[in-house]
Unconditional design. Structure first.
Length: 159
């Protein structure tokens, strides 16, 4: 339980960093590629305008902030992530969070959806270059059991 609480607190810290970050693109590691995340939530397509990533010692975090100012996606992995499929319902290996109504954070109306099932497939990971590429899908729920379905998720980041 302590590990789960620690990861949730770390996720919230990353969320605060994204909300408070200036809107700038991460430097590309190659001349031809740049970080990218796309996903579909309940049939609506999303592509973050700002992507942040971090290796904080016990986990990797990839966060996308959307231009509407209302949504944030967070993908969280173990530091020793390996290529292959990972269960998005298992907080010990990989999980995702989707925040809705982010602009309402001061009023407490923000909705946090945490992955309950699904998969995250790491297609490619290089510790040397930091290139991390994969796909994801999940069913996410709030504490009062509102759900969203995340499909068609793809990501490419440079840690």
């Amino acid at each position: 339980m302590k590990q789960i609480t620690t990861r949730l607190v770390a996720s919230l810290l990353v969320l605060v960093l994204v909300i408070g970050s200036p809107a700038c693109k991460k430097d590309n590691k190659t001349e031809t590629e740049s970080a990218k995340i796309t996903l579909t939530v309940n049939g609506e397509n999303f592509e973050p305008y700002l992507i942040q990533d971090a290796d904080i010692g016990f986990g990797l975090f990839v966060v996308g902030s959307f231009s509407d100012g209302q949504h944030i996606l967070s993908l969280n992995f173990d530091s020793d992530i390996t290529e292959g499929s990972h269960d998005m319902g298992n907080l010990d290996s990989a999980y995702g969070m989707f925040w809705d109504k982010v602009n309402d954070i001061n009023s407490g109306n923000i909705e946090r959806y945490t992955s309950k099932s699904g998969s995250l497939v790491v297609e490619e990971y290089s510790a040397e270059t930091g290139r991390l590429k994969g796909t994801f899908n999940a069913t996410c729920a709030t504490s009062d059991n509102k759900t969203v379905t995340v499909t068609n998720g793809i990501f490419l980041v440079f840690l």
